[in-house]
Design a protein around this ligand. Structure first.
Ligand SMILES: Cc1cc2nc3c(=O)[nH]c(=O)nc-3n(C[C@H](O)[C@H](O)[C@H](O)COP(=O)(O)OP(=O)(O)OC[C@H]3O[C@@H](n4cnc5c(N)ncnc54)[C@H](O)[C@@H]3O)c2cc1C
Length: 434
């Protein structure tokens, strides 16, 4: 029991409460078993079912337990998170530019998808402001914008310090950049809409039923759960930051990290307008990302950053997020916080998401989409759809991300024991503006 007055469930669940799980019979066999009912799993399942496959999605927790109903709902191509220089040196400039151009389409893809499916998820495309915490960060942002404009036609503009009051009420920045494509939505309403469309298409979604084993057979896989074993011709693993030992070869390739958020109590509307004048989504140039935005109803500020440790620790997360929020917006020091919550994201060793079919080893033959490096709202939707198309073997299933080597490191088994040291180094680097 914690003695906090703040609620430790996601703010989003107030508007979109999690569904009570009912026990659904597990079919004896299916064309495809999907592990995980977040955006990746549901988008893959929807595409597969519409392509004629019988699909069962297994979810270990309540429906929407994972990051897909816990995130900030901030969408973008997330260029600053791609290891662009690393990609160039490994795959060449042309391939890297193809990846950048495809990334630019992720938000449009999701916007069109929501519109076509008639899912009301409070989608608003007002762009993103990223503040520069140091003058040299501003210069680096300007160089990156030039590079991205040349490579992929990215639309955006530099905002000098003298004009930044038009973008933010924070006094701490040395100017910043606006990216036009970025957008915001209500993550749990989007998830609920996906669940509805998937069910209408015939997908069976079984919550609170973890897949505990996958055994290769002559015709596919035996899928083992605590409620019995069933058979699937194909398996899609869509467990991202929650990838467990059941798929240990995939677990070795993703680094789980905790991301945490807080929501303020409703604020005076004039204050929100002063702090976030253009109702964009927001971030800055620190290495340990902080991300923030007004709530879709425009009444609160939602603020996220790296969480403390791998376990959920609402007391520590509240303390550090409240501190970071008031560093950026001193006007918000001491404002009451209503919710604090967190979830797991998955980083990869090369900073890019991965989608495809696993070659050898224990999980040989399973398909997967994961590793969105903390920016998965649009990416998971897009890659989930591509994954479904790959499994159906239909056209338009290719991505520029195909065949990138899904790296691991010797002796890494999925326990990121080295991350506290890495995060401590980033914290020091942020403090000194390195
Ligand atoms: C606090 C927070 C803030 C974020 N903010 C943003 C943001 O603003 N913008 C953005 O783009 N991204 C953001 N993200 C990241 C984004 O939410 C994720 O990248 C995305 O939701 C991943 O979707 P997914 O379907 O791949 O995984 P998830 O939604 O995490 O779903 C994976 C599911 O797999 C289930 N699972 C795992 N193992 C098993 C098993 N053996 N059997 C059955 N089920 C299993 C888990 O229970 C889980 O529900 C944020 C994440 C967090 C946690």
């Amino acid at each position: 029991m914690n003695a906090m007055s703040e609620k430790s469930a996601p703010y989003w669940w107030e508007d979109a409460p999690r569904e009570q799980s009912v026990e659904i019979a597990i079919p004896d066999a299916m064309d495809v078993a999907v592990v995980g009912a977040g955006y990746s799993g549901l988008c893959a399942a929807l595409e597969l079912a519409r392509g004629g496959a019988s699909v069962v999605v297994f979810e270990a927790g309540v429906l929407g337990y994972g990051a897909s109903t816990r995130n900030g709902g901030m969408l973008g191509p997330s260029f600053h998170k791609l290891g662009i220089e690393g990609l160039k040196s490994k795959y060449g400039v042309e391939r890297t530019n193809t990846i950048l151009r495809e990334s630019l389409g992720f938000v449009d893809y999701l916007r069109d998808f929501l519109e076509t499916e008639g899912i009301d998820a409070d989608f608003v495309q007002n762009g993103r402001f990223r503040g520069a915490l140091r003058a040299h960060h501003y210069d680096a942002m300007a160089r990156q914008l030039d590079d991205l404009q040349a490579a992929a036609g990215v639309k955006g503009a530099m905002i000098p310090k003298a004009d930044q009051h038009n973008e933010t009420g924070s006094p701490i920045f040395h100017g910043g950049v606006v990216y036009d494509y970025d957008a915001g939505l209500h993550p749990a309403k989007y998830h609920d809409g996906l669940v509805r469309r998937a069910r209408e298409a015939g997908v069976v979604i079984i919550a609170q039923t973890a897949v505990t084993g996958l055994v290769k057979t002559a015709t596919g896989f035996d899928v083992v759960t605590a409620r019995g074993t069933t058979r699937a011709a194909q398996v899609a693993v869509c467990s991202n930051g929650y990838t467990d030992k059941v798929t240990k070869d995939l677990r070795r390739r993703v680094i789980p990290l905790r991301s945490a958020m807080i929501a303020t109590e409703p604020l005076e509307s004039g204050l929100i307008k002063q702090l976030m004048p253009n109702n964009r989504v927001y971030g800055d140039s620190r290495r340990l990302v902080a991300y923030y935005r007004p709530s879709p109803d425009g009444k609160r500020i939602l603020f996220g950053a790296r969480g403390s440790g791998l376990d959920d620790n609402p007391v520590a997360n509240l303390r550090s997020l409240r501190f970071s929020l008031s560093e950026i917006y001193p006007q918000l020091s001491g404002v009451p916080i209503s919710h604090v919550w967190s979830g797991l994201v998955a980083y990869t060793f090369d900073h890019v998401p991965h989608v495809g079919q696993f070659g050898g080893g224990q999980q040989g033959g399973v398909f997967y989409a994961m590793g969105y490096c903390g920016s998965g709202v649009a990416r998971a939707s897009y890659f989930g759809n591509k994954l479904g198309r790959k499994m159906l073997g239909v056209d338009n299933c290719e991505t520029a991300f195909d065949d990138l080597v899904f790296e691991t490191r010797p002796f890494y088994t999925g326990n990121p024991w080295f991350m506290p040291a890495v995060l401590a180094w980033h914290r020091i680097a942020d403090r000194f503006g390195l």
